[in-house]
Design a binder for this molecule. Sequence first.
Ligand SMILES: [Zn+2]
Length: 333
Amino acid sequence: MLDPAMWLKRVLLVLLQPAFFVCAISASAEMPVPGEPAQAPATVDMAVKRVSEHVYYVEGTAGVATDNEGFISNAGFVVTGAGVVVFDALGTPALGELLLEKIRNVTDQPVVRIIVSHYHADHIYGLQVFEALDAEILAPDGAEDYLGSDNARERLEERRFTLDPWVNENTRLVYPDRYLDEGTIFRLGDVEFIVTVIGSAHSDGDLTLYVAPDRVLFSGDVIFEGRIPFLGDANTKHWLKVLERMEKEKLVALVPGHGAAANNPDEAIALTRRYLAYLRDTMRAAVEDFVPFSEAYAEIDWSEFEELPAFEAANRRNAYQVYLSLEAEMLGR
Ligand SMILES: [Zn+2]
C-alpha cells in the first residue's frame, strides 16, 4: 500500500514535469500488450569499439541525461571462451536491447554476467534486458541504499516522461543477484576478472572491473583522469592496491563511465595513485603524531596537486575523510 503522503508527492512530482502535459495524452496508449515490444526501439548510432583481444565498449555522447535518447553513458562487454561479461547496462531498456544486438553481432555466446559499476539511472535501466536472459547481476554494496530510496522511484517516474517512449510503464528497477562488499576475482574461459569495490565515492557504492589478460580497466564514474577525484567514503586502501597493480602492469586502456577511453591510461592511473598515496602518507603521519586535522592540513605541501581541476572543491574533504579512516584503521575498527 502506498501511503497518502507518498502518493501526493508522486502526483505532484509528475504534474510538475513540463513534459507531463505533452505526454499525458499518449500515456494511456502505452499499456503493455503481450507479444509487443516493451518499449520503442532506440534509433541512435551505437558504434562498437574494440579495445583489446576480449574487450569492447560503446560510448554515449556527452550531454544531459535525456539527450541522445538517454545514450549518454558507456557500457562494455568482454567476450571470453565461455560466455560474455557485460559492464553496465545503459540508461534505457531500449538502449539495453540495442547493446545486446551489438553483442550478438560480435558473438553467439551467452551473456552470463553483468557487473554494474554503480546504481545511477543512466547506467541501469537496460538491466532488465539482461535479467531476462538469466545473466547474473553483480553490484557494489550501497546499491541497496539507492534501490531503497525515494530518489530511485522518483527518478524512474521522471524518466518515464522525459525519456518516453524508450522508458515507460514497462521499465523497472532491477535488483542485483548479489551485492559485493569487497572485491572479487573470477575467471570465465581464459579471462581473469578483478572486481574492486571502492565504496561510496561517486555514488552510494562504486566498483571497477579490471580485465587482467588484456590490461583494460572499466572505471565506471570513479574519476581517474586529469583531476582530483571526490573520495566520499571510498576505501582508499583497496583503491590504492589496485592502482599499484595497474601501474606495474601498464594499462592498455581505461574505459570511463562517460566519454572516450583515456588517451594515456598510465598517466591517469599514476596521478590518482600518487594522490591517494600522498593523502594516506601525510594523514597517517598526522594521526600517528596526534596532530589535529586542521593543523596538519595547513602544514602539508599540496603544490603537486593544487593546480588540478576540482582541487578546491574536493581536497580538504578528501583529506579529512582519509584522516578519519586512518584513525579508524589504527584503532582496528
Ligand atoms: Zn554516470
